[in-house]
Design a protein around this ligand. Structure first.
Ligand code: ITT
Length: 189
């Protein structure tokens, strides 16, 4: 998995449930912060996967994901990781989001995850989304990123208040990985 984000890798490993054992960038000795210069989740996910395929000659997949906020015209979107600038900071990102939405009554948002897979030399994309709202203050200690502010529709708690399996069952990443597993099960049988 072409990621340097240990939280993403842990969620995906739990979802794969032993079907596949994943190696991350760290495991293959890749220390590059792979460039993400695309304008879409799809382009950036594929850019990460292609980088590993071309430089390490390994089939792989990458996750590009982010938070899309209605009242901010879709921001932070593909810029979610560095919303508040460098260095990447979840706390600073959440603080910035709360400030920008301080006087906003429309709190609607969604998480998006696109997984780009290179398998047997072919490219594939799998997508997952989850709708929700942005809370007025942080709640919970599980997860990562914007989880303490994101309350998925149909729940009274944030992603950061859910145990990892509960988040995985409904999350953008969980949904994208379910499609990846479906594809791989078919290919590998
Ligand atoms: P890699 O590119 O190395 O995989 P990254 O964290 O930089 O790691 P992205 O460029 O895809 O990954 O940015 C994703 C950001 O979107 C992430 O840093 C969080 O801020 C946010 N995000 C994505 N999925 C999330 C989730 O499940 N919960 C909370 N925040 C999430």
């Amino acid at each position: 998995m072409a990621t340097g984000n240990a939280h993403k890798a842990a969620e995906v490993a739990q979802l794969l449930d032993g079907i596949l054992e994943i190696q991350t960038l760290k495991d293959i000795g890749c220390t590059t912060d792979i460039p993400e210069t695309g304008n879409t989740f799809e382009a950036n996910a594929m850019q990460k996967a292609v980088y590993v395929f071309e430089n390490f000659n390994k089939d792989c997949f990458a996750d590009d994901s982010g938070l899309v906020v209605d009242a901010l015209d879709g921001a932070p979107g593909i810029y979610s990781a560095r919303f508040a600038g460098e260095p990447k900071s979840d706390a600073a990102n959440n603080e910035k989001l709360l400030q920008l939405l301080a006087n906003e009554s429309n709190r609607k948002a969604k998480f998006v995850c696109v997984i780009a897979l290179i398998f047997k030399g072919e490219k594939h994309l799998f997508e997952g989304e989850v709708q929700g709202t942005i809370r007025n203050s942080l709640s919970g200690r599980e997860g990562f990123g914007y989880d303490p502010l994101f309350q998925p529709d149909g729940y009274a708690i944030t992603f950061a208040e859910m145990d990892p399996a509960e988040k995985n069952a409904i999350s953008h990443r969980g949904r994208a990985v379910a499609k990846l597993i479906e594809f791989l099960k078919d290919e590998l049988k």
